[in-house]
Ligand binder design. Sequence first.
Ligand SMILES: [Mg+2]
Length: 230
Amino acid sequence: MRVVLFDIDGTLLRSGGVGRIAMERALSQVFGSPGSREYHYDGKTDRQIVRDLMRLDGLTDEQIDERMDDLIQAYLSGLHEELATGKREVHVFVGVRELLDELEARDDVILGLLTGNVEPGARAKLGAAGIDISRFKINAFGSDHELRPELPGVAQQRAREHLGREIAGDRLIVIGDTPADIRCGEAIGARAIGVATGRYSTDDLASHGAYAVFETLADTAAVLERIVNA
Ligand SMILES: [Mg+2]
């Protein structure tokens, strides 16, 4: 049995900057500043983005934590609003739907998510892309932990509950577009597959220890082969 854990942004889909727009607006509303424009959101959890940006603006962790819940609520409201306008296209990357269909049809694979998005944000983005979140049975979200390296352990625990038995770390396969995705499962021995549909090249992702790398997920048979033989 293998659990295949997909990242969302840059891996399954690109949401046309909707997440960043909603986050900057929420930060402005709640903290009075949208945060540095140079900061990269990819590979981070939502709450980590808030903390990193507001620390850069000189806030203490206490000040950040006081308003974190309000911030996430404001972000989710903005995200829903922005997605509802339909002004920005949520683009599902080539091969993603086919790969999900193939994996879902197998009885030796369980589909899951491992994403920095808080759960309602993940649901909203996937919904806008026409991907039913209920297809993913074992999930770890940014709402489960602020630090991505903690998320594979969360997924492993949920896999144990789902299956009713232990599952070795190397039966978890993380698929993502950033070095943070590739490295997050190191502690439990998870395998990582990098896909260069985000900001990083296949060489970048390979240099962080990816078990396999692909330019895109278009070649369903090739990706599937690496997953089921991982
Ligand atoms: Mg990503």
